[in-house]
Design a protein around this ligand. Sequence first.
Ligand code: NAD
Ligand code: MG
Length: 413
Amino acid sequence: MTKTRHLTILGSTGSIGESTLDVVARHPGRYQVVALTADRNVEKMFEQCIQFHPPYAVMLDAQSAEQLEDRLHAAGLDTRVLSGIESLEKVASLPEIDTVMAAIVGAAGIRPTLAAARTGKHILLANKETLVMAGRVFMDTLRQHHATLLPIDSEHNAIFQSLPQHFNGDLAGSGVRRILLTASGGPFRTVDLKILETVTPEQACAHPNWVMGRKISVDSATMMNKGLEVIEAHWLFNAEPEKIQVVIHPQSVIHSMVEYIDGSVLAQLGNPDMRTPIAHALSYPERMESGVQSLDMFKVARLDFESPDFKRFPCLRLAYEALAAGGNMPAVLNAANEVAVEVFLAGRIPFTAIPVMIEDVMKSTERRDVPDLEGVLLADLQARATAREWLACNIRQSTGQPGKPASSLSAGQ
Ligand code: NAD
Ligand code: MG
């Protein structure tokens, strides 16, 4: 009988959070949910508390926490409801938990994820932004405090599964020639480049293969997601950028591959359903049911591959440049991207302005080393301020209508 794992799920109301709870619910007794956290979705958090009875629930937003507390109290539940970033850090480092699913979206995930690392937890990492912003700081913290990490991102989970079992961070010593990081190419892989100027948030979020949160969906459409994943792979597997080859594979059936020096290429395949990497990481080194259907090879029928086009996907180029520059630049790239995606989703800039804005912010920021979390958070804050200044200068008049480009911005500006 396997020992019961005690879990905190950061970002439980999101796409990864819900998939995690779906897998957990299939294995009664194997996991105990100790804490759930969310930003402000009271309705979903209330339902999750009713189903999983966690001792703690945290809402980032204080008003949402009050509403949740009232509803749980009325329903007769004694869940302790907390609010604020310190409470997120607290539930990520409770002595009674051993495992943390880090599934908050964006830079907001960094402080609680680092708190889990500092207290030696077993971290299941979906929040790739933590590694992008603070790769060195995070990896050093994990080592110092004997915390462990398993990747949830489907590509990195696939790479992990395709590497030797006790991979020690030495790719060359393990006979690895390169990592082949697959990418679907998103919804705009083949559309006319001219059309990109006028695509709407809804079109950008309509991913052909995966159902995900809105931020990562836009990142997939710009391929910034793959850029962030190159940086993530660099830190997770100690891989130099030239050892990471992005391969567009529109079917999203091969989740990534590892090529060895003898010419062998090992891959992990499956339906595009995040419950597979989640179940893998939750039960590692064992295997358990995830609810994912068998892969129907006859239905898949063919597997296609293309090389990525930096002209269509400038965000991918920018991510390679940020990785090569190092220091504060990946955090700057990430922060500028978060602002750009937010204002694109709000209909304030066209899709094609996303890479323009990120590149301008990167160019106007001096490269600096970031030795600690404070340095990373400062780089994030400053890049956001620069991005907002860029917006103030470049949007002469916002249309206020989602999807309609502001008049002064267009592709290539
Ligand atoms: P989502 O938007 O669906 O959910 C985000 C969660 O974080 C929600 O619970 C939300 O309440 C919480 N949250 C948002 N802002 C917050 C803040 N400021 N402070 C605290 N909590 C906050 O996002 P998602 O698609 O589940 O993605 C989560 C993470 O997993 C991201 O880093 C994403 O890149 C990564 N990821 C997601 C997928 C996927 O299939 N969805 C795949 C690979 C990696
Ligand atoms: Mg991924």
